[in-house]
Design a protein around this ligand. Structure first.
Ligand code: ATP
Ligand code: MG
Length: 362
């Protein structure tokens, strides 16, 4: 017979007492990630749930360990709590240990010292429920279709312009004009290929296809692709390849995409700079340290301010209006993360930008 009293209130039961020792155990088992951070965004404590998702990150800077970024996040709730001593919440995309990324809801609360100042901030992270994720994906999809269609429309107009020039030139038997029209068509074929490839890399969670490739050859291939373009823009495109960087296991097609996106951005940054007379894009392959090699792309283009820098890896973030879809660097970020690599960015407004893409030698 079921016990009828089983689901009735009983205030006389002995409450479960949790000793300080057991408290740690309980916090470890909470079904959400708990972390405590100091004013410098250094992680001072994490529970086991947090460690399972992000690995051992105690002592590391939050934005670096969880976002692979050199800057604090745009709407960082920890920062907001330090500022006004109140609770905050925000949704953020994080990179799990093992390079998977995930949307999480973060809630923060202040821990005050004896003088009432915020000594540290406790943050609770839970994965955004899948249903919500689904509707967010739909929203993103709608936004992305609008943005990408705009970019493609511009390219199609360019293609139409080129074909019109060729038609007219053929009527006049003007071979020089045919060449001009053909260059226009070629440029737009390049642009549309680039956009479509980025869409493909963004839309599917494409598994890596590892091959044994020469990083030096990847740089040489990129040079062939961009040499004429750069010359056409009057930008010096130079490469420096350390020939002793060995062949490594990587997904060569994906890494090509990384180099293409970075070099293309660097050329566009030079084109956008109307202050300097001479522009260059330097592409370097070298060792980063004993165990790593790096691709380094440096330009003396327009550079970026802090606000731009903290958003560049977000999907669809672009400062180029209809001239960019904002997919390039999000694809770079995805590919590098999947390889377990690292990105370093240094940029100064009006001076230029340097991207370092660091991979393990294996
Ligand atoms: N080398 C650079 N110099 C200055 N700004 C840069 C550089 N690289 C990227 N950016 C900034 O980062 C933004 C995002 O770059 P991303 O490549 O993701 O998109 P996009 O170039 O705008 O569009 P597309 O999807 O066509 O590449 C750019 O709009 C630009 O503001
Ligand atoms: Mg780009």
């Amino acid at each position: 017979m079921p016990d009828k009293n089983r689901f009735t209130d009983n205030e006389s039961v002995t409450p479960v007492r949790i000793s300080v020792l057991n408290l740690d155990h309980v916090i470890d088992r909470l079904p959400c990630g708990i972390s405590i951070q100091d004013r410098d965004f250094r992680i001072r404590y994490v529970n086991q749930y947090f460690k399972n998702d992000f690995g051992e990150v105690t002592g590391k800077l939050c934005f670096r360990a969880l976002k692979n970024s050199d800057n604090i996040c745009r709407s960082c709730p920890v920062h907001a709590t330090f500022q006004d001593k109140r609770e905050h919440h925000s949704e953020q995309t994080f990179h799990f240990a093992g390079a998977k990324s995930c949307q999480m809801m973060i809630r923060t609360s202040p821990i005050l010292d004896d003088s009432g100042e915020v000594a540290s901030v406790i943050a609770m992270a839970t994965q955004v429920p899948h249903v919500k994720e689904g509707s967010k994906e739909l929203l993103t999809l709608g936004r992305s279709i609008a943005l990408v269609s705009h970019g493609i429309k511009n390219i199609l107009e360019g293609l139409q312009g080129g074909s019109y020039v060729i038609d007219e030139a053929l009527k006049d038997k003007d071979i020089e004009m045919v060449k001009k029209g053909w260059n226009l068509v070629n440029k737009n074929i390049f642009d549309i290929t680039d956009v479509v490839q980025n869409i493909l890399y963004s839309s599917k969670d494409r598994p890596l296809r590892y091959n044994f490739a020469s990083p030096g050859q990847l740089v040489k291939d990129a040079m062939v692709l961009f040499r004429e373009k750069a010359a056409g823009f009057n930008i010096k495109l130079r490469d420096t390849i350390n020939p002793t960087v060995p062949k490594v296991h990587l997904d060569a097609a994906s890494v090509c995409r990384v180099l293409n996106n970075l070099i293309w951005n660097a050329l566009e940054a030079c084109l956008a700079d109307k202050q300097k007379k001479d522009h260059y894009v330097d592409v370097k392959l070298d060792f980063y340290d004993e165990d790593h090699f790096m691709f380094e792309i440096t330009d003396n283009g327009i550079g970026m301010d802090q606000a731009t820098q903290s958003n560049i890896f977000e999907e669809f973030f672009s400062t180029k209006g209809g001239g960019g879809t904002g997919l390039g660097l999000s694809v770079v970020d995805k590919v590098v993360n999947k390889h377990g690599g690292k990105i370093e960015v240094r940029s100064t407004p009006k001076k230029g930008t340097q991207f370092k893409i660091i991979f393990k030698i294996k």
